[in-house]
Design a protein around this ligand. Sequence first.
Ligand code: ADP
Ligand code: MG
Ligand code: MG
Ligand code: MG
Length: 673
Amino acid sequence: MGLLYLGTPLAWDDAKKYADHVRTHGITQFLHIWDRVKDKNGDELLWGDEIEYMVVSFDNEEKNAKLSLRQTEILAKLSAIVNDISSDHDNSIAVPTFHPEYGRYMLESTPGSPYTGYISDLLSVEKNMRYRRSLARKHLKPNEIPLTFTSFPRLGAPGQFTEPYHNPADAVSSHSLFLPEEITNPHARFPTLTANIRRRRGSKVAINLPIFFDEETPKPFIDPTIPWDRSIYSEDPEAKNGAALPDHIYLDAMGFGMGCCCLQLTFQACNVNDARRLYDGLIPIGPILLALTAASPVWRGYLADVDCRWNVIAGSVDDRTEEERGSKPLKHDRFVIPKSRYDSVDLYISEDWMNRPEYNDNPLPIDEGIYDRLRKHGLDDLLSKHIAHLFIRDPLVVFSETIDQDDETSSDHFENIQSTNWQTLRFKPPPPNSTIGWRVEFRSMEVQMTDFENAAFSVFVVLLSRAILSFNLNFYIPISKVDVNMARAQERDAAQSGKFYFRKDVFTNPSPYSSGSSSPVDGVPRPKEKKLRNCFPPVPAPLNGHHKGPVEDEYEEMTMDEIMNGKSDRFPGLLGLVEAYVDTLDVEAEDLAKIRSYLNLVRDRSNGTLLTAATWIRNFVRSHPAYAKNSVVSQEINYDLLVAVDEIERGARSASDLLPKDYTGGNKDQGSI
Ligand code: ADP
Ligand code: MG
Ligand code: MG
Ligand code: MG
């Protein structure tokens, strides 16, 4: 979440008058940044995670687990505590910080300062995450627990799912049939975003997740819990007029998506070209890690036939008009736009020779005026297209106090559009007036129930990012195939039963791949490195000239096990690549064991030894004595599930199908900074 301004947000009819103003000045602001930092070079690896929590309030008498809406109070308290801890320590200790998020029951935490490339930092990630969790936990009410759980199973279900109760009839921003106004962070930005998405779109958002048909689920499934005949808001009849599909779980508000929790990572690159290379390298990884971290099979009290949050969030902020969605001919709007502003990346942006034009095969509406302006300023085709594609969107929240800005020192208008394009990867230019470099954010992962898992996936991705850069790995496949993978990643049990398009030969040069202490290119031994490096020479030109066979021959469908653990000698699997990279590091035996324990978790999830969180949750529900085999996740099942999640996290309950046997829970290890 970007900075939160205090100010007067404009309703959509007023905000839209400033759309061109925001875009024009946003581009001016970007160009000032570009001129200042396009040649910035030599930045070290800095990286950090963002972890989101939902605060759950347990009523042990009624056996109900509800979302606690005390975000404002909790954040005020945590921020005072963080300040106290900081003043008790010398400056060398950076105390983690907590941030607001969309849901009024959510918290986000980040390390107090980014991690560096030192191995010791790699090993501090889990401790840091655990410290954050125990800090939050200690300062909540005794019956409140911060859970890292992707989607709250009974959000929007009948009965009481928030503490305190609020009636959905009061949902003046979303007009939802299911979620009260109070689900949303009260800061003006969030209700305004919610209302302006609805107003711009011309209807409520409409998400339909296929129901998981169990033995007793009625067929067809017509959801009896939808208030079909409510008539409070003008959009109320949408459900019965076709927005709510049979055999689906219907969701009608931003909160269903933006109220989910995820795990994100941001990496600083050496320079803009490396950032572009890393961005591209991680694009095909987005869906793979979405499937591996799948953690959200229950929605509005029902088991769904999907395991992930992604399409729910995409739909929950889909502000496109009917014309933009292509369901009416273009008359008032400028573009037909194939995707929501929350969706997968549409364009590879690296200028390396590896990036063949054929890979950018998605339709790409761009703002031609902005594209021309960027080109005239000297930017290359791909980066100009990237920005001109993001800038087809309107700004959704405009504050009357900040319409006029100093474009040399501010990036607010740029960030207004940039930070409301929520894609699997985000290419983050340096902010003005800072020493921060070019960064890439990896955004697809679902948050895991324990910090051991969250650290494991974070460590895996940071090591993979190094392998991509240091071995010049080539993961390119047509971006339309990455989108096919995104859809497949969300299907039930994708990590076990799905197949994904992946590149067969990931090495840039035909020389045999070698690992260990010798260079993969020339086989000459090189000293092991003590630190994760950030700056690498440009990708060498191909030894045999540009071999340009048909793109279709470069990739094939693979199982998750093959993608992660290897298929042939040209593809050792992502874990094989990471292991080879780890071999180039000078790591103490004990530290190596810890790193291996993280990689083992990722491996066990990819080969089926351990379940994904989604499968574990689904199994829990389906084997609960109160489960009527009809897809319904009742208040009682939800309560028992979330109690179990907390117990597992603390180590008070074992889950040997989900976690390694030697997992030590939060009770034993509260982390440190
Ligand atoms: P967002 O805009 O995605 O919400 P946040 O500020 O919440 O961003 O989180 C950004 C993450 O990036 C944090 O983990 C932070 O530690 C990390 N970070 C901060 N500075 C840098 C940097 N220069 N390079 C890379 N990561 C950084
Ligand atoms: Mg967040
Ligand atoms: Mg954040
Ligand atoms: Mg982020």
